[in-house]
Design a protein around this ligand. Structure first.
Ligand code: NAI
Length: 716
């Protein structure tokens, strides 16, 4: 709702009330309509200030209302009515003015904000556009170029930036409502025509078409296949080229298309998934609400390679002090140069609440004796990690939390060699660790709720989306990646090229296809893991079967040829040189693939992009169902958050499990059965029992799977 009060000096104060962020629910909209009418009719009122309760102006639409029919007064006429009022109306912005909240403020004649306020039109991130006149008023206020940037990225901006752009009239370090009240008294009676944004022309650069074409190309490149950024550019084209009323019609039509698209649903689901995973729970019943973590102020990282360096930076950025240990002299010298530079760069990009913590470099594990938490990031080798954990157990106090960044080794085996197995958890970061948003917190069977809560809280402090997962080989993300990579290799054997596979996946929306991605990460990473698993290496037959199932030795042979990806300038593609970034098709790879097929009597066939997508994605999704069935992830939202934040799954497709629901579980099952029939030697294509049960149970929507799985477990 909205309250109305009359202040001395003929000012009406309207206060939005809908905790926590005064979202524009039906009741709030009705309250605004009523109070604005009251102010208009009251002859003693000469001016109006609109503010929000509890220091927050307005966080925008109430997205919980999206699911049902629209009730209460619509936003567009409400904002028009405010703009048309013949008494000055000022928005007093404290806290946030986001989405519909900023559109409301744009309908006011003036805008005054507190210096700590955040403003923005983030609708595009939910698959929508600002459809309460935002796409038409903002460019008329700040010009087409700046409006394109804000609306197509959805980024939040500070009050200082908003003032510079011309969105705000004044900014204050003290109370914004008090200033707005003083200000509105001073402008009472002045003409308002030039303050009604809908009546103004949109300031545009000379060559509007080329600007719009350039931005359209950029948004298409940035988020392939996403509809909302494209619609935002189209709406802004209307603002620049059509009268206001026609622009509003265009905005409304585009919004209707987006609202009914699966993409908006997927993006809203992704938004909620991020919240769901924060409320973690373990099969034991321990959860975020009944477990308390420790506040860590001193941590250590062991191993300063690719991952260790990023983890040190991520920890130091929270303000804690970090002991960074590396045994190889050359690596230590390099890291002690590189890490402070990385930290400085990253600290410069963010506005930190506390200064970064102090980093101490050492070659001696003894120096970690005083820390409260250790993250091990040495080579992916169980014998080495066991040795390090034993050493840590002897150096650190029994109350120290011992964590590993292993990509998929058994956390329980590591816990077993320590004095306090309950204080051992996995903290699986993604490269580069100080940038990537995902953290898998791996809970072993003996990990205590306190240890899990500490790791989850630490992840949050580092700005990560932390997801609690079970202890199984590869955990969740890498376990699902395995069948996906395997299918990609099989497709090469059967006739596809790396480009064809990558193009199909990039067209689906991944920023990089599987082969381009592997070249970037380094082909030796997987090679080492396969050697460790006894799948390749000296003395292993280079046949197409290993451990009783189909196996493709292709990636091993590429590594054996010295092609490790971008780092060596050659991999599945060729690059300008070692460290080169631009992938070009390499004739060597085509000759190599032909020779390989000839050697194994394989006849290349033409493979359609649909088959590439089905084989790669459905194999990955199928493993997701196995993971849910084994309770290695608490729900489909957890798997989807992992894939969106750690593996480049296109956000506008929600995540792999959500995508399966969109395609139709029956269809996914039927296609898996088809491909498994054609490739009976590939166990990953055999449909999961859970998938079969869900289909037999009427293919419930993804939000209901958890209930279904739990019920199923109770009955089985
Ligand atoms: P890396 O090879 O770049 O670095 C490992 C570092 O550990 C080297 O500098 C090495 O000298 C050092 N080291 C070896 N033994 C040591 C000891 N006893 N004490 C101190 N330092 C020692 O490896 P990377 O890629 O950083 O991987 C580290 C861990 O992170 C592995 O378990 C890996 O599976 C995991 N991981 C790797 C990811 C990646 O993309 N590279 C992603 C996520 C996890």
């Amino acid at each position: 709702m909205a309250t109305y009060s009359r202040l001395p000096g003929s000012v009406a104060l309207i206060t939005l009330q809908n905790p926590p962020v005064n979202a524009l629910s039906a009741a709030v909209r009705q309250g605004i309509v009523d109070t604005v009418q009251r102010a208009l009719k009251d002859p003693k009122v000469t001016s109006v200030v609109i503010c929000g309760q509890n220091g927050r102006f307005c966080g925008g639409a109430d997205i919980r209302e999206f699911a049902g029919p629209m009730l209460g007064p619509p936003l567009v006429p409400m904002i028009h009515a405010i703009e048309a009022v013949d008494k000055p109306v000022v928005a007093a912005i404290e806290g946030v003015a986001l989405g519909g909240g900023l559109e409301l403020a744009l309908g006011c004649h003036y805008r005054i904000a507190h210096s700590k306020a955040l403003l923005g039109l983030p609708e595009v991130t939910l698959g929508l556009l600002p459809a309460a006149g935002g796409t038409q008023r903002l460019p008329r206020l700040i010009g087409l170029t700046a409006a394109l940037d804000l609306i197509t990225t959805g980024r939040h901006i500070s009050a200082a930036e908003a003032l510079k752009l011309g969105i705000l009239d004044q900014v204050t370090d003290s109370n914004a409502v008090d200033l707005a009240v003083d200000f509105v008294r001073s402008v009472a009676g002045q003409p308002l025509d030039s303050r009604r944004l809908s009546t103004l022309a949109c300031p545009c650069p000379p060559d509007v078409d080329s600007l719009l074409d350039k931005v359209m190309a950029q948004v298409r490149q940035r988020s392939r296949g996403a509809l909302a950024p494209v619609a935002c550019v189209q709406a802004l084209r209307a603002a620049a080229t059509l009268p206001y009323t026609q622009g509003m019609e265009k905005e409304r039509d585009l919004m209707a298309t987006l609202f009914n698209s699966g993409q908006a649903r997927a993006l809203q689901y992704a938004f909620f998934s991020q919240r769901v995973v924060g409320k973690w729970s373990l099969p034991s019943g321990a959860n975020w609400n009944n477990s308390t973590g420790r506040t860590i102020s001193k941590a250590a990282v062991i191993g300063l390679g690719t991952m260790g360096r990023g983890i040190v930076v991520a920890l130091a950025l929270t303000g804690m002090s970090v002991v960074a240990v590396e045994t190889q002299e050359k690596q230590l010298a390099e890291a002690s140069q590189a890490v402070p530079a990385m930290l400085q760069r990253e600290a410069g990009r963010r506005s930190l609440a506390t200064p970064p913590g102090v980093i101490t470099f050492s070659s001696n594990l003894q120096d970690v004796s005083e820390v409260e938490l250790v993250i091990e990031a040495v080579f992916e080798n169980m014998a080495l990690k066991l040795q390090v954990f034993r050493h840590l157990a002897s150096v650190c106090g029994p109350g120290t939390l011992l964590c590993s960044n292993t990509s998929g080794l058994d956390m329980d085996q590591l816990a077993a060699v320590t004095k306090s197995p309950a204080l051992v958890v996995g903290m699986h970061f993604f490269a580069p660790a100080h940038v990537m948003k995902l953290l898998e917190v791996v809970c072993g069977p003996r990990s205590s709720p306190e240890a899990v809560a500490t790791a989850m809280q630490l992840g949050k402090r580092m700005g990560k989306v932390s997801v609690a997962v079970g202890n199984c080989p590869g955990f969740v993300g890498n376990r699902m990646l395995k069948p996906y990579l395997e299918q990609a290799n099989f497709l090469l054997e059967e006739g596809a090229t790396p480009q064809q596979v990558d193009e199909a996946l990039e067209e689906f929306g991944f920023p990089m296809g599987v082969f381009r991605m592997s070249d970037l990460s380094g082909l030796d990473v997987g090679w080492r893991i396969r050697k460790e698993a006894g799948l390749t290496g000296p003395g292993v037959e280079p046949s197409r079967t290993r451990q009783g199932r189909r196996y493709s030795p292709l990636p091993d042979q590429v590594c054996e040829a010295g092609r490790l990806g971008q780092k060596t300038g050659r991999g599945w593609y060729q690059y300008d040189g070692p460290g080169g970034r631009v992938a070009r098709s390499d004739p060597w790879v085509h000759i190599f693939l032909e020779a390989y097929r000839a050697q194994h009597g394989l006849v290349a066939r033409s493979i359609a992009p649909e088959e590439i997508l089905e084989r790669c994605l459905y194999a990955l999704i199928n493993e997701g169902f196995n993971i849910l069935q084994e309770a290695m992830a608490a729900g489909p939202e957890h798997i989807d958050a992992i894939y969106v934040f750690g593996y480049g799954w296109p956000r506008h497709r929600g995540g792999p499990m959500f995508h399966a629901g969109q395609v139709g579980l029956g269809r996914v099952l039927e296609r898996l059965e088809h491909h498994h029939h054609n490739h009976p030697d590939v166990p990953h294509l055999e449909p999961s029992t859970l998938l079969r049960r869900l289909v037999a149970g009427g293919s419930p929507p993804v939000q209901k799977w958890r209930e279904f799985i739990n019920k199923d477990r109770v009955h089985s």
